[in-house]
Design a protein around this ligand. Sequence first.
Ligand code: 5GP
Ligand code: MN
Length: 346
Amino acid sequence: MIKDLTPILSDKELFRLMGIIRDAKRVVICAHRGPDGDALGSSLGWAEYLKGLGKYVTVALPNPFPDFLWWVPGAKQVLFHSQQPDRVAKAFAEADLLFCLDCCEAKRMQDMAPLFEKSKAKKVVIDHHLNPDESMADMIISRPEMCSTSEMVFRLIYALGAFEQMTKYGASAIYTGMMTDTGAFTYASAEPEIYMIISLLLTKGIDKDKIYRNVFYSYSEGRLRMMGYVMNEKLQFYEKHKASIFTMNREELSRFHYLRGDMEGLVNMPLQVKGMRLSISLREDTERDVVRVSLRSVDDFPCNKMAAEFFNGGGHHNASGGELPFPLEEAVKTAERAIEAYKELL
Ligand code: 5GP
Ligand code: MN
């Protein structure tokens, strides 16, 4: 039996969104700082749709995405606030509609947040994180049960009747976001309709195996060697608590010729050890004086609660992040305190 996709919006909401889009000429699409595959993929997939309607679209991100995402179609046209603040400010000033994707709190856009907040343009959020800030936009489309913002973008385009016009480029961007936010469909991806969406994307001619290789098999030599170093020399297991912590400071990062994105995925690896339930990565930021925290868990361990309580962050049930404004040694103590505090749940 082939059924249709469950509608993402009620008819009333859909008409409202259609009206907002119809009335706009110049659109800015933005997403969170440290953009990942989903932030980029959903933004570019949505941009492709809006361009197809004849809109003038700018994708503006707070800072660059990792090197392994440069191949995503349209990525080279993205503006970064950290590099071209004036061009980004101009795009915001001229826009009559802003979309904020994969981000539901303006403060996650950091230095770019005031441009969003102060703009008089209509604002729409499309996002799958928990607890959106309801006051940040005119329309909030929040679906935490969905695997990725890219899945939401697909469903919106489908509901808006534009699947036929979807290009291979748009489909590739959307698939990239769905794939990266689910660890290549190994978590947060049990909803059967995700695979209906994938089969629809495949009809657009996307090369799913190449997309996988572009993202996961395109690291530098430094990244591979850094992985060995972290797993061999830096990883501390707290066996009793089924948890682990590793740290990387700036000196170690530069020793391995660290490029943005090189640490991505390392935090998942300790969970490959049988019985492990929580992995914590602590990395000195290379641009700001903070420690970036990444948390990954399996099954029912809520790492987003831990991120909110101990690391000024949040995220998803099994994948969260945050940051600490003090030195790495202090951050380790905080992480150890967090493990101790959550030992009943580990
Ligand atoms: P990552 O470990 O890949 O940096 O982040 C994993 C997930 O945690 C992200 O998809 C996002 O949902 C969440 N996250 C990461 N950093 C932060 C942060 O600073 N604040 C909040 N609220 N969530 C974050
Ligand atoms: Mn996402």
